[in-house]
Every structure is written in structure tokens, then in C-alpha cells.
Design a protein around this ligand. Structure first.
Ligand code: ZN
Ligand code: ZN
Length: 119
């Protein structure tokens, strides 16, 4: 039976202890992102409130429409999932950041809900 924790505490813990073990699993339109931790075998589900993307060196997000950002992230996930990594996790401010080593694109997420599924 799966246990679900509706708190970001587990994800924050994974990010501080073993950030490299967090893998982007799946993006479920319109607003769910699934992360899995290969170290503690937890599955984290983020409900995305808004998603922005920009390239380094640009102060402001270049996509004001949320859809292109979502499409960029989908493309990254499909094309080079291994290049994606979590670079920011702040469950207090409900924000997360994803970096793509391949396109050097940065994604910023506002998260409305963190859930952790224990398997
Ligand atoms: Zn973990
Ligand atoms: Zn990419």
C-alpha cells in the first residue's frame, strides 16, 4: 500500500542530502512533475503552478507564456533526460529549479503542492 505524504519535507531532505539521486521521471500535462530518488526510492510529485524558462545570462525569463516553457521541458525530457538536474529546491518558498546541461536552459517552477509517495 502506497503511503502519501503531502509535504515537501522529504523532497527537501533528498535535495540536501543527495541531490544527484533526484531524477526527473515524467512531466504530466498540464501541471504535474514526477521526480524519483534513486537513493531512498521515494517518488515525489510536484504540482506546478507556473513554469518559466530562460537561458543563462538573461535576467528575465524569455517566455512569458507558460506553454513554451512546458514544451521546452517536455522536449528536454524526451531528448536528453539525463542532462536534466534539480538545481534549486525551496519548499518553504514553494519554488524549484531545473537545469538542462544539454541546452543550458534553466527552468523555474512555482509549486502549489509537494507530495511524496513511499513505495
Ligand atoms: Zn532521497
Ligand atoms: Zn535540454
Amino acid at each position: 500500500m502506497a503511503v502519501i505524504h503531502t509535504s515537501g519535507a522529504f523532497l527537501q531532505q533528498c535535495f540536501s542530502v543527495h541531490p544527484l539521486c533526484l531524477n526527473l521521471k515524467r512531466l504530466i500535462a498540464p501541471h504535474h512533475l514526477i521526480l524519483s530518488c534513486s537513493s531512498c526510492h521515494l517518488s515525489h510529485r510536484l504540482t506546478i503552478q507556473s513554469l518559466r524558462t530562460h537561458l543563462p545570462g538573461q535576467d528575465h525569463p524569455m517566455d512569458f507564456d507558460p506553454h513554451p516553457a512546458f514544451e521546452h521541458l517536455t522536449t528536454c525530457l524526451e531528448a536528453h533526460r539525463a542532462a536534466l538536474g534539480i538545481c534549486v529546491m525551496d519548499v518553504v518558498r514553494d519554488t524549484a529549479g531545473i537545469r538542462c546541461a544539454e541546452c543550458r536552459r534553466v527552468f523555474e517552477l512555482d509549486v502549489s503542492k509537494f507530495e511524496t509517495h513511499q513505495r
